[in-house]
Design a protein. Structure first.
Length: 274
């Protein structure tokens, strides 16, 4: 995979630089406070998240991915009926023409995860990156500068018992950096105040743009901005934006539109900055 520097549009006179792979559907998050819905699409199976590229968007449910045109026409579906193979997709991202979907065995314990890779043109599964029993439930994966970042969630209401009967609750959530061969490089935990904000759940969606993580929880209509610390292992919570969907897996397209889902009303929502 070739990683390159992409230059986005200016915002309030500041030019933002995106360091990532050749990512279809990544541009810039406008840090101006809030996003508003500009278009909605009926999508009965998008109850976990959405991915997007230049031509289509992809509604993601536990074991199904449905491809739609940008006008909302359903084009193709991939699904698996055996829960021993595919149990719980969370979201996805299109990178270098491939759709990477985060996957776990949630709500089972011990938690185990994989990243499932699809050809979005043919809607065929092409590769599995099996992470096994490692750091939690994989909820999102994003490319960085010559690396990958993966969020592993833990939940208060699905706590794992470690040695000595210690419950692994939401505070065990972490973001792990891998190299391109999927070897762990380093990891970060969440700010304590953000953990209290998102309890009893965790971070369900995420983007990595201009050196920052933009994350959603499970229910709140909020986009949390996280930055690397100058030292130590705990990320810094530096901002919060209002968004028109209740957490879950998110995406952003090359025009700067933010995409999310309304799982209650079975909608995919396209949003623009106010």
């Amino acid at each position: 995979m070739i990683f390159k520097r992409l230059i986005s549009t200016t915002l309030s006179g500041v030019c933002a630089v995106l360091l990532c792979g050749t990512v279809s559907g990544q541009a810039i998050v406008h840090d101006n406070g809030s996003y508003r819905a500009v278009q909605t699409f009926p999508c009965p199976y998008a109850n976990q998240g959405v991915a997007v590229d230049d031509e289509c968007f992809y509604g993601i449910s536990n074991a199904r991915i449905t491809k739609y045109s940008k006008s909302g026409d359903s084009l193709a579906t991939w699904k698996e009926t055996d829960p021993e193979l595919i149990r719980h997709f969370d979201g996805g991202i299109v990178v270098d023409g491939l759709l990477y979907c985060s996957h776990s065995n949630f709500p089972e314990v011990p938690m185990a995860s994989s990243i499932e890779v699809f050809d979005p043109v043919r809607m065929e599964h092409v590769k599995t990156i099996s992470l096994g029993i490692e750091y939690g439930s994989c909820t999102w994966v994003v490319p960085g500068d010559g690396c990958w970042y993966v969020c592993f969630a833990h939940y208060d209401n699905n706590g794992e018992k470690a040695a000595g009967e210690v419950i692994r609750d939401a505070s065990w959530t972490q973001i792990v950096q891998y190299d391109l061969e999927w070897h762990r490089l380093q990891g970060w935990i969440l700010p304590k105040k953000l953990i209290e904000e998102i309890r009893p759940m965790s971070l369900s969606g995420g983007l990595f743009i201009d050196g920052k993580f933009y994350c959603t929880g499970h229910d709140a209509r909020k986009l949390y901005v996280l930055e690397f610390p100058p030292y130590g292992m705990r990320l810094r919570w530096t901002g919060t934006m209002d968004i028109p969907f209740n957490g879950q897996g998110i995406a952003i397209d090359s025009e700067g539109f933010l995409w999310g889902i309304d799982r209650k009303n079975k909608l995919v929502i396209k949003a623009s900055p106010r």
